[in-house]
Ligand binder design. Structure first.
Ligand SMILES: [Zn+2]
Length: 134
């Protein structure tokens, strides 16, 4: 049996909330200030508008990913700092020609295969459109 007197002044709740906020702020500052000034850059792979994979580049390291979609096959290459489509059998080859992306907000799109690879996180660039929230 658990009784939770809800009418009690929520002093502890307030304190906990405050602590959480402070902690979150602290983490935020740690991310901003630390790690050689770079936050975790994440490659988000979407197939047909559905996110299928999320890879933190720094954690993933150098790797390859094969994405099959809509009858086409894309060979992705990832390193700790950038992503590119090394090979694809789509007719337009736009995704291959896009080349390497290495900054947050950049993306590679393969229309025939309906695959989108987007970079998120990382440090905002100078003309930064992105504001990091959370
Ligand atoms: Zn393509």
């Amino acid at each position: 049996m658990r009784s939770s007197p809800e009418l009690r002044p929520n002093f502890w709740d307030a304190l906990v909330a405050l602590a959480v906020v402070l902690l979150a702020a602290g983490c935020g500052f740690a991310v901003w200030g630390g790690q050689n000034g770079a936050a975790a850059l994440t490659a988000v792979v979407s197939v047909d508008g559905v996110e299928t994979e999320r890879l933190v580049l720094a954690d993933t390291g150098e790797t390859e990913r094969t994405v099959e979609s809509n009858g086409y096959t894309l060979c992705l290459r990832l390193t700790e700092t950038e992503v590119w489509v090394e090979e694809a059998d789509c007719p337009t080859q736009d995704c291959v020609h896009t080349g390497h992306i290495s900054r947050s907000g950049q993306s590679i799109v393969c229309l025939p295969a309906r695959v989108i690879i987007t970079l998120e996180g990382g440090q905002p660039v100078d003309n930064g459109v992105d504001i990091v929230v959370g």
